[in-house]
Design a protein around this ligand. Structure first.
Ligand code: AMP
Ligand code: MG
Length: 252
C-alpha cells in the first residue's frame, strides 16, 4: 500500500514556510540525537532511498535533512550509470555493498530502482527482464529488513513545470551551471514514460516492510520537512538504546 498512514496524523500541517523551517531545525537536532543512540545500540540500521526526476531535489534533501548527523555514522551513496565492473554483475550487487551495517544510516541518492526506471524507459534490457526485477527487489528488501535494516523510500514528486523552472535557473545562474547536464533535457522528453515507470515501481514495490512515501516536492522547505518528519518518527519508533556498562566496569 502507498504511504498507508499519510498524512502523518501526529504532525499537523505547518502554517507556512517560516513554521516549517523552524520545525525542520528541531527535527534535525532530534535526528542527531537519535543517530547517536542508533550508533551506540548497534542493533539496527536505517536505509533511506531517494528517487525522483532530475532536479527533484535529491541532493538538497540530503543536505537539509541530514546535516545534523555525525558524519561518522552516515554514508551517502550516489548511484550513477553502472561502471564496467558493476554492469558485469547482477543489478543488486553494487547496491548490496552500500547497505548500512548495524548502527549506520545510509542514504541512497538514486538506487536499485534505476534498474526499473531509466533502464526501462531506454529499453536497456528486455521487458521480461525488468519486469522480474520488482520481485527481486521486494525479496532483497525483505531480506534486509529481516537482518535489522529499516528501509524508507521517498519519491520526490515534482511537477513538469517546476522542473522546467529549475532547469532555467541552472542555465541562467553561473553558480548552478555545474548542476546542469545536457542529458537532462533529453530525459525530460521522456517525462510521461518516466511517470509510468515510477507509478509501476511504486505500486509493485510498496511493501509492508519497505513502503514508499510520495513527497510533494515543488516546495523545497515542505519536501525537507516531510522527509525529516518521517525519518525522525521511524527512528523514534525503533527506539535505540544506549547500552549499559559491561559487568565489572565499576571502579574499585
Ligand atoms: P545524477 O544523479 O544527476 O548524477 O545522474 C546519474 C545518472 O545515472 C542518471 O541519469 C541516472 O539515470 C543514471 N543511472 C543511475 N543508475 C543507472 C542504471 N542502473 N542504469 C543506467 N543509468 C543509471
Ligand atoms: Mg542530474
Amino acid at each position: 500500500m502507498l504511504t498507508p498512514d499519510w498524512p502523518d496524523p501526529s504532525s499537523a500541517d505547518p502554517a507556512g514556510k517560516e513554521d516549517g523551517v523552524r520545525e525542520l531545525k528541531g527535527l534535525r537536532r532530534r535526528l542527531g540525537h537519535l543517530q547517536e543512540r542508533l550508533w551506540a545500540d548497534r542493533r539496527f540500521a536505517l536505509l533511506v532511498v531517494l528517487q525522483g526526476m532530475d532536479a527533484s531535489g535529491k541532493d538538497g534533501t540530503v543536505r537539509h535533512v541530514f546535516s545534523g548527523v555525525n558524519p561518522q555514522g552516515i554514508q551517502v551513496h550516489s548511484f550513477k550509470e553502472p561502471s564496467a565492473e558493476e554492469a558485469a554483475h547482477d543489478f543488486l550487487w553494487r547496491v548490496h555493498q552500500a547497505v548500512p551495517a548495524r548502527g549506520w544510516i545510509s542514504v541512497f541518492n538514486r538506487s536499485h530502482y534505476e534498474d526499473v526506471l531509466v533502464v526501462r524507459v531506454h529499453g536497456l534490457v528486455a521487458e521480461p527482464v525488468w519486469r522480474r526485477r520488482y520481485e527481486d527487489i521486494n525479496a532483497f528488501e525483505r531480506g534486509l529488513t529481516d537482518s535489522g535494516v529499516t528501509i524508507l523510500k521517498f519519491f520526490l514528486h515534482i511537477s513538469r513545470r517546476e522542473q522546467h523552472r529549475r532547469f532555467e535557473r541552472r542555465l541562467q545562474d553561473p553558480r548552478r551551471h555545474w548542476k546542469f547536464s545536457p542529458s537532462d533535457l533529453k530525459e525530460r522528453e521522456h517525462w510521461d514514460a518516466y511517470q509510468e515507470a515510477y507509478a509501476d515501481a511504486l505500486r509493485e514495490c510498496s511493501t509492508p516492510w519497505a513502503p514508499w512515501t510520495v513527497v510533494p516536492a515543488d516546495h523545497k522547505w515542505y519536501r525537507n520537512l516531510l522527509v525529516a518528519r518521517r525519518v525522525v518518527a521511524t527512528l523514534e519508533a525503533l527506539d535505540p538504546k544506549f547500552p549499559d556498562l559491561p559487568a565489572g566496569s565499576a571502579p574499585a
